[in-house]
Design a protein around this ligand. Structure first.
Ligand code: BDR
Ligand code: CA
Length: 347
C-alpha cells in the first residue's frame, strides 16, 4: 500500500489530529476578496457578519446602496456595523436614486424605521471613504485584478455605474454574486409586486445592465432564499452562545420575525445571507445557466426571466447576452450551519 506524505505524517504523529500537522501539510483554504455592496438592512447585516466571520473571506470594501432605508440611513448603518464589529475596510456611500432617477420608499414594516430592526444605534465615529461607491469599486477591482468577488444585496445602481464608467472592470473581477430576482423555481414570484423582487424592482435597469455585461454573474434569488428559514429557536441559540454578534442578531431580527409571522411563517427568510453563503460554499446550491432579462417598464417592472441555455426559442430579447447562473436549489441546513459556525467563530 502506498501512503501519501500526509498519511505518513499522520502515522508518525501517532494519528494525532491532522490540525496539529505542520502548516506545510495542510491545504490552506484559498483567500477570497469581497466588495460588499449593501443596504443594511437586517438580512444585509446578517450577510456582512457571515462574510466577516468566515476566515477565508477578506472583505476589502463596503459600498452602500438604497433599498431597506434611504441612502443616508443605510450608509449610517454600514458605518455602524463596520465600527461595532471592527471591520476595518473603507465604507463608501452609493447612489440614493436608481439609474432612472427613482427614489424608493423604504419598507419600514419589514426592517424598521432605522432599517436595523429599530434597535438603539450609538453614535458612529468611523469616517466615510471620500470616493463615491462606484469609484471605490473601480479602484479596488483595478488594484486587485481577477481577485475580487462583488456581492450586491441592495438596489444595484453602484455596480451598473461602475460598469458604465469603467467597462474594463468586467474582465477584471473574479465574479459577481447578486441577491435579487425570482425565477419561478419553487413557485418563487415577486415580493414587492406579483412580478418583482425588491432589489431588482428598486433599480431594474441596473440589474438588466449587470446581467448584460461579460462577467461571471450568479443570482441568488427568492427561488432559494425563501427555502431557508431561521426560527426563533435558531436565533435563541445564537443569542446564548454566539457572543456579541449572537446577541446583536437576536435583537435586530425581532421586527423581521414579526413581519414573517404575519406571512404565516415560523421563521425568517434568509435572503442576503444566502448570497454570502453562495460565495463561501457554492456546493450548497444547484444552479441553472441562461441569459437573464429584467423588465424595465410597465406592470412587470423589475421582473426577472431566464432563458435557460437548454431551451430553444425563436429569435428574441434574450439573444446575444451572456449566460448567467441562477440558483435553483439550496441545502437549507447547510446554510444554517455555515451561518452558525461563522457567528460562533466570532464569539
Ligand atoms: C431583498 O430586499 C431587501 O429587503 C432585503 O435586504 C433583500 O436584499 C429581498 O427581496
Ligand atoms: Ca438587502
Amino acid at each position: 500500500m502506498r501512503l501519501s506524505r500526509r498519511s505518513l505524517l499522520a502515522q508518525s504523529a501517532g494519528f494525532a489530529s491532522l490540525s496539529l500537522l505542520p502548516n506545510m501539510a495542510r491545504a490552506a483554504p484559498a483567500q477570497r476578496k469581497v466588495i460588499f455592496d449593501t443596504d443594511p438592512g437586517i438580512d444585509d447585516a446578517m450577510a456582512l457578519l457571515l462574510l466577516h466571520g468566515t476566515p477565508n473571506i477578506e472583505l476589502v470594501g463596503i459600498t452602500t446602496a438604497a433599498g431597506n432605508g434611504l441612502i443616508d440611513t443605510t450608509t449610517h448603518n454600514a458605518l455602524y456595523l463596520a465600527e461595532r464589529f471592527r471591520i476595518d475596510v473603507p465604507v463608501s456611500k452609493g447612489q440614493g436614486a436608481s439609474l432612472d432617477g427613482v427614489t424608493s420608499s423604504p419598507p419600514v414594516t419589514i426592517h424598521g424605521r432605522n432599517a436595523l430592526g429599530d434597535i438603539p444605534l450609538s453614535a458612529v465615529h468611523k469616517k466615510l471613504d471620500p470616493r463615491p461607491a462606484h469609484d471605490l469599486i473601480i479602484d479596488l477591482v483595478r488594484a486587485n485584478p481577477h481577485e475580487i468577488t462583488l456581492v450586491a444585496t441592495g438596489h444595484m445602481t453602484n455596480l451598473a455605474l461602475a460598469l458604465r464608467k469603467a467597462p474594463d472592470i468586467a474582465s477584471l473581477v473574479k465574479d459577481v454574486v447578486l441577491m435579487g430576482g425570482a425565477f419561478g423555481h419553487h413557485d418563487a414570484r415577486g415580493n414587492v409586486t406579483p412580478a418583482a423582487e425588491a432589489n431588482f424592482h428598486g433599480d431594474p435597469r441596473a440589474a438588466d445592465e449587470i446581467c448584460a455585461a461579460r462577467w461571471p454573474v450568479t443570482i441568488v434569488g427568492l427561488d432559494v432564499t425563501t427555502q431557508t428559514l431561521m426560527t426563533d429557536a435558531y436565533f435563541e441559540n445564537l443569542r446564548q452562545h454566539g457572543g456579541q454578534s449572537g446577541r446583536f442578531l437576536w435583537d435586530i431580527t425581532r421586527v423581521y420575525m414579526t413581519f414573517h409571522r404575519g406571512l404565516g411563517l415560523d421563521g425568517i427568510y434568509v435572503n442576503d445571507a444566502s448570497a454570502a453563503a453562495y460565495v463561501i460554499a457554492p456546493e450548497l446550491f444547484k444552479t441553472q445557466k441562461g441569459a437573464v432579462r429584467v423588465s424595465t417598464e410597465g406592470v412587470t417592472l423589475g421582473e426577472s426571466v431566464q432563458k435557460a441555455d437548454s431551451r430553444v426559442y425563436p429569435p428574441g430579447d434574450w439573444d446575444n447576452r451572456p449566460s448567467v447562473q441562477i440558483c435553483t436549489e439550496v441545502d437549507a441546513e447547510g446554510v444554517r450551519s455555515l451561518f452558525r459556525k461563522a457567528v460562533f467563530q466570532m464569539a
